[in-house]
Design a protein around this ligand. Structure first.
Ligand SMILES: NC(=O)c1ccc[n+]([C@@H]2O[C@H](COP(=O)([O-])OP(=O)(O)OC[C@H]3O[C@@H](n4cnc5c(N)ncnc54)[C@H](O)[C@@H]3O)[C@@H](O)[C@H]2O)c1
Length: 271
C-alpha cells in the first residue's frame, strides 16, 4: 500500500545487508512511497553482493562507505547529491556491530580496542555522518534523520554487552546534534527504539531466540517487525511529523512500559 508520502524526496539509506535487514525493508518502503534513494554499506558488506538486488528493485545506485571514515562519508554525501540531483530530505543510520559480542567476550571481560571499534561503528559513526551532512549543508529544510537503537540503552539486558553503552551514546548524539540541526538547518533528528528483530545483527546477540520470544509475550501488541520499523521510519521522513525531533521513539508493541504480562506470569504460576 502506498500513500505517496515521500513523493519527490531524496535520501541515503545506510545498512542494508540482506533482505532481513531493517534498512532493506525501509529502502523498499521509501521507494514505494515515491522517494529516490542512494544505498550505502561498508565496502566489506558489498562483497556479499545482495545489495545489488535491492538496488535493482528500487532503481537506486550504491556508494560504498565505511561509516567510521570521514573521507568515505564526504565522498558518499557529495556523490549522493550529484546522483539524486540536489540536497537530501532524509537519512537512515541503520548500523551496529560489537566486536566483543562477535568474539564472545563478556561485558565483564572487555577487550578495549574492540570496545572502541564497536563504539566507533555503532555510535560515533552517527555523529560523523551528521557532521559531514551539516558541514556540507547537504540537508534540505524540514529534512529528517533517523538512527535505530535498542532499549538496552535505558534498561539492563545482560547479553546485549557493550552495545548497550553504544546505544546510550547514539541516543545522546541524536539529541545533542539534533539541537544544532534543528536550530541552524530546520532538520529533525530522532532515534527509533525497535523490538528484537531477526536480522544478522540481532541474531548475533547471545540467547536471541529466547529473548525475542520473551519480548513477544511481554508486549501487548507483540514484537514490532522490520516492516513495522520501516513504516514508522517512512512516517518520520514524511511531512506529517515535521516538529518531532530530539526524541527516542519506541516501536516495540508496548514492551517498554510493561512491568509484567499475564502471558509471562503464567510461566511462573503454580497449579
Ligand atoms: N535486530 C534487532 O533486534 C535490532 C533491535 C533494535 C535495534 N536494532 C538496530 O537496527 C540497526 C540495523 O540492524 P539490523 O538488525 O537490520 O541488522 P543488519 O546486520 O542487517 O544491519 C547492520 C548493518 O550495519 C552495517 N555496518 C557494520 N559496520 C559498518 C561500517 N563500518 N560502515 C557502514 N555500515 C556498517 C552492516 O554491514 C549491516 O548492513 C542497528 O543499529 C541495530 O543495532 C536492531
Amino acid at each position: 500500500m502506498s500513500y505517496n508520502l515521500l513523493k519527490g524526496k531524496r535520501g541515503i539509506i545506510f545498512g542494508a545487508l540482506d533482505e532481513n535487514s531493517i534498512a532493506w525493508k525501509t529502502a523498499e518502503r521509501c521507494h514505494e512511497e515515491g522517494a529516490q534513494i542512494v544505498l550505502t554499506n561498508a565496502p566489506i558488506a558489498m562483497r556479499m553482493g545482495q545489495i545489488n538486488n535491492l538496488a535493482e528493485k528500487t532503481g537506486s545506485q550504491i556508494i560504498p562507505a565505511d561509516a567510521t571514515s570521514i573521507e568515505d562519508l564526504e565522498n558518499l554525501v557529495e556523490k549522493a547529491m550529484e546522483i539524486l540531483g540536489g540536497k537530501l530530505d532524509f537519512v537512515l543510520h541503520s548500523i551496529g556491530m560489537s566486536v566483543n559480542v562477535r568474539k564472545g567476550r563478556k561485558y565483564t571481560d572487555q577487550k578495549y580496542d574492540w570496545t572502541e571499534k564497536g563504539w566507533d561503528v555503532s555510535a560515533l559513526s552517527f555523529h560523523k555522518t551528521m557532521q559531514v551532512l551539516y558541514q556540507k549543508d547537504a540537508m534540505n529544510e524540514w529534512g529528517s534523520i533517523v538512527a535505530l537503537t535498542y532499549m538496552a540503552a535505558q534498561r539492563v539486558f545482560p547479553d546485549y554487552n557493550d552495545m548497550a553503552d553504544n546505544k546510550a551514546y547514539l541516543e545522546s548524539i541524536a539529541r545533542s546534534f539534533g539541537y544544532f540541526f534543528g536550530k541552524d538547518k530546520k532538520v529533525r533528528v530522532n532515534t527509533i527504539s525497535q523490538s528484537p528483530t531477526p536480522t544478522t545483527a540481532g541474531q548475533g546477540v547471545k540467547g536471541f531466540d529466547g529473548f525475542i520470544a520473551y519480548a513477544e509475550k511481554m508486549s501487548p501488541l507483540g514484537n514490532a517487525t522490520a516492516i513495522d520499523c520501516a513504516n514508522y521510519t517512512v512516517s518520520l521522513f514524511s511531512d506529517l511529523t515535521k516538529r518531532v525531533t530530539l526524541q527516542n521513539l519506541y516501536n516495540d508493541g508496548g514492551f517498554s512500559n510493561v512491568g509484567v504480562s499475564n502471558d509471562v506470569m503464567e510461566t511462573f504460576m503454580k497449579e
